[in-house]
Design a protein around this ligand. Structure first.
Ligand code: NAG
Ligand code: NAG
Ligand code: NAG
Length: 465
């Protein structure tokens, strides 16, 4: 930048004294470990005035750090820290080759003019350090009812110290510790503390590090370990004698993920021959009195085992109300959706073939190939309708007619749920973990989930492989 232009831009920052101008920066910011120059220039338009000495002082009159005189040359008190760059009658730039925190302060450039006397201008030097920032979620946090650090955010070797804040929907407490490092920098460590529940697993949390008006957000996902949370789907309170192809699906969440699913009868007797178990699914080929019992699905992960008890009540005749009728309606809806999907697919395929035909025709007549592979939407459509097929066996069309025939006995079906007894069973079985984890009881499967939701839910066994 040219001198005059520089002056024009920074004009207000310069101190102007009479006809002899001593120009310095009012304010400079140095970064720890880097070099910085503090310029001091003298412009005199009076040929009778001479510069006899230029002196740099720090923090007041008595801390001389560098002197230059056209007659006697340069003297620097601490040459490892300070240098004068090409000193002359018109300039003496003070250089700090490696800025440290204790270089912070006020630097005065004092010029002795003959015969007019002394002139002085001051630069304030601020020293900063750019911190190193990091944040991490505590992967060892466990839903055990105890308050613990779930995330830690660190801003190391910054100056001035960083300000750390947290952003999350989970209520918790923040503990922040600041360390004053010997080099004048600060290390700030902030911890987010809460009593984690299984619901907190995977929740987002952001650490915001504010340094020198720059905000650095570091997004994290919480990790909370918890024992399996087990549910069983598939009992629709319409397991009547001779009904075919019913099944119970056991699903569980857990961190770490569940490693094993185990079906048993509640009284630990062997399974009847009509029952087949494959991974998390219990199939009943044909319902008879022998499945009129309670089944347990026990799921294990690294933190322990949890069981869900499913009471199966076998009916003599199909259940005319509730689940059966709802099943019919849902069956109808599903059939309609599948139907629409099939029709849509057929239409799409027809259209595509027509297009391909046209494309082929074009190709024959025009030479360059105009054909393009069918768009991905067609493929998706087919996959989607295929996915819906496994829902069918839950509600075979025969169920609909059966249930409509028998509206007489019209009782509301008891919803399957965790009975107090079964809860006690769980408690007993998992005594050790219950003690460690008193909040676990809150996470028993929902007792009043609507049957509609449950029937609409199909878990692919592949998920648990
Ligand atoms: C935060 O700290 C206060 C006071 O120590 C305590 O009462 C409260 O339970 C803590 N909150 C959480 C979420 O840990
Ligand atoms: C650390 O530095 C801060 C800010 O400069 C100061 O207020 C505090 O007293 C210092 N703490 C210690 C232990 O030196
Ligand atoms: C199943 O057991 C219940 C009692 O738990 C009984 O009322 C019902 O009649 C039994 N069903 C059959 C088909 O035996």
């Amino acid at each position: 930048m040219q001198g005059p232009l520089f002056l024009l831009l920074l004009g207000p920052l310069y101190t102007v004294i009479q006809a002899q101008e001593i120009s310095v920066n009012d304010m400079k910011t140095g970064i720890i470990g880097q070099e910085i120059d503090l310029p001091c220039t003298i412009s005199s338009n009076d040929p009778n005035v001479h510069v006899s000495q230029i002196m740099w002082e720090k923090d007041g009159d008595h801390k001389r750090i560098a002197v230059y005189s056209p007659q006697h040359g340069t003297h620097i008190d601490d040459p490892n820290t300070y240098q004068l760059i090409k000193p002359s009658q018109s300039s003496a730039t003070l250089r700090i080759s490696s800025v440290s925190a204790n270089n912070e302060g006020e630097y005065s450039c004092e010029v002795t003019l003959f015969p007019s006397g002394n002139r002085k201008a001051t630069t304030r030097l601020a020293v900063i350090a750019v911190p190193e920032n990091s944040a991490e979620a505590n992967t060892e946090a466990t839903a055990n009812g105890e308050a613990q650090t779930v995330a830690t955010c660190r801003s190391s070797s910054g100056r001035p110290p960083s300000l750390i804040t947290w952003q999350t929907s989970l209520p918790g407490n923040v503990t922040t510790i600041m360390t004053n490092n010997t080099d004048g920098t600060y290390t700030v460590v902030s911890r987010y503390v809460l009593t984690p529940t299984s619901q907190a697993d995977g929740m987002p949390i952001t650490c915001n590090i504010n340094h020198e008006s720059t905000m650095i957000p570091i997004p994290l996902k919480l990790s909370v370990k918890y024992p399996p949370e087990v549910t069983v789907e598939g009992f629709d309170d319409n397991w009547h004698l001779k009904r075919n192809g019913v099944f119970l699906t056991c699903s569980a969440k857990g961190n770490p993920p569940p490693t094993s699913y185990k079906w048993k009868t509640f009284d630990d007797s062997p399974f009847p021959s009509t029952v087949r178990v494959k991974e998390n699914i219990l199939y009943v080929d044909e319902v008879d009195e022998r499945v009129n019992r309670s089944f347990l699905c026990e799921v294990t992960n690294a933190l322990g085992s949890r069981a869900y008890r499913q009471d199966v009540i076998v009916r003599e005749k199909p259940n005319p109300s509730g689940a059966g009728a709802t099943g019919g309606i849902i069956g109808g809806i599903i059939a309609a959706i599948v139907g629409i999907a099939v029709v849509a697919t057929v239409i799409l395929i027809c259209r595509q073939q027509k297009k391909n035909q046209t494309a082929k025709d074009d190709e024959e007549f025009e030479g360059p190939p105009a054909y393009k592979p069918p768009p991905p939407s067609l493929k998706l459509q087919i996959e989607k309708s295929a996915e819906e097929v496994p829902l069918k066996p839950l509600h075979p069309p025969s169920e609909t007619t059966d249930s409509q025939d028998m509206e007489l006995n019209g009782k509301t079906p008891p919803k399957y749920q965790m009975t107090p007894e079964s809860r006690r069973y769980s408690d007993f079985q998992n005594d050790y973990l219950e003690q460690e984890n008193p909040i676990y009881n809150e996470f028993q499967p929902p007792e009043n989930a609507s049957p509609r939701d449950e029937q609409g839910f199909v878990m692919s066994p592949a998920v648990y492989v």
